[in-house]
Design a protein around this ligand. Structure first.
Ligand code: SF4
Ligand code: SF4
Ligand code: FES
Length: 259
């Protein structure tokens, strides 16, 4: 069988005013990924096709799109996963507003990132004096693999077709960030009166998540967002709310700090 063939592609073209799917036939060679084909399409038939990419190595998180309806990185999706007769449809991320063609405005995510207070260093230790157990390092290290492709944010049903939920819901990537900080043994947020578990519930919409694991399924870094971040965060938030000892402890702490 020849190693090159002509594949059928349908690509969404348009802008904020609307758009449509357009059909193309593009050459595919052995070992190529979807982003290669999009580049060939730009080079040969659609020079003004807008597409965002940087690394072509699954590390910058900018080539996110929906391929046959599934949120994926174009540079990490091999053409060999599709049949030669199959039409490959590429559309922009559905949860975010289109700028043009395959480029969306993902600023929702940056706004959510800014709403999460950063790590609070312990007051009684200087940088260089921080000590952590290896198991405490291992857990957040998984979350730090995030490349901010926002595929999880795009796929989560809480916001995917529900623009109205966006103000109240940070999305899996940023709830994972809250979990990471809440699990951090040196984070001194509580000493400043910041209760990360409470903010996860009250300000970042943790309660909207019904642990469907769709976010985990699309993560190109294989981060177990639901099992390792969201469920533990939910457990810790619920413990805090319903555990009478935790409740009493927080009351006493609040009273003594007020005095
Ligand atoms: S597990 Fe939660 S955050 Fe992830 S997709 Fe499902 S509802 Fe969204
Ligand atoms: S958690 Fe995974 S899917 Fe979500 S933004 Fe990070 S790398 Fe992408
Ligand atoms: S181009 Fe960087 S992740 Fe695809």
């Amino acid at each position: 069988m020849s190693t090159s063939y002509q594949a059928r592609f349908r690509v969404w073209r348009g802008d904020t005013g609307g758009g449509d799917l357009q059909d193309f036939r593009v050459e595919v060679n052995e070992g190529e990924v979807v982003l290669d084909i999009v580049h060939r399409l730009q080079a040969t038939q659609a020079p003004d096709l807008a597409v965002r990419w940087n690394c072509k190595a699954g590390k910058c998180g900018s080539c996110s799109a929906e391929i046959n309806g599934r949120p994926r990185l174009m540079c990490m999706t091999r053409m060999s996963v599709f049949g030669r007769d199959e039409t490959v449809t590429i559309t922009p991320l559905r949860a975010f507003p289109v700028v043009r063609d395959l480029v969306t405005d993902v600023s929702f995510n940056y706004a959510k990132a800014r709403q999460i207070p950063s790590f609070v260093p312990p007051r009684d230790l200087l940088p260089g004096e921080y000590r952590m157990q290896q198991e405490d390092v291992d857990r957040p290290q998984e979350f730090r693999k995030c490349i901010e492709c926002f595929l999880c944010q795009d796929t989560c049903h809480v916001v995917r077709d529900h623009e109205e939920n966006k103000p109240a819901f940070a999305g899996p990537r940023f709830l994972m960030r809250v979990a990471e900080l809440d699990m951090h043994p040196l984070d001194a947020a509580a000493d400043t009166g910041l209760d990360r578990k409470r903010t996860a519930q009250d300000e970042h919409g943790l309660g909207y998540c019904n642990i469907t694991k769709c976010c985990t399924e699309v993560c190109p870094e294989g981060i177990k967002i639901t099992d390792n971040a969201l469920i533990p965060l939910k457990e810790r938030a619920v413990d805090r709310k319903y555990d009478p000892l935790v409740w009493l402890g927080s009351k006493i702490r609040r009273r003594s700090s007020a005095g």
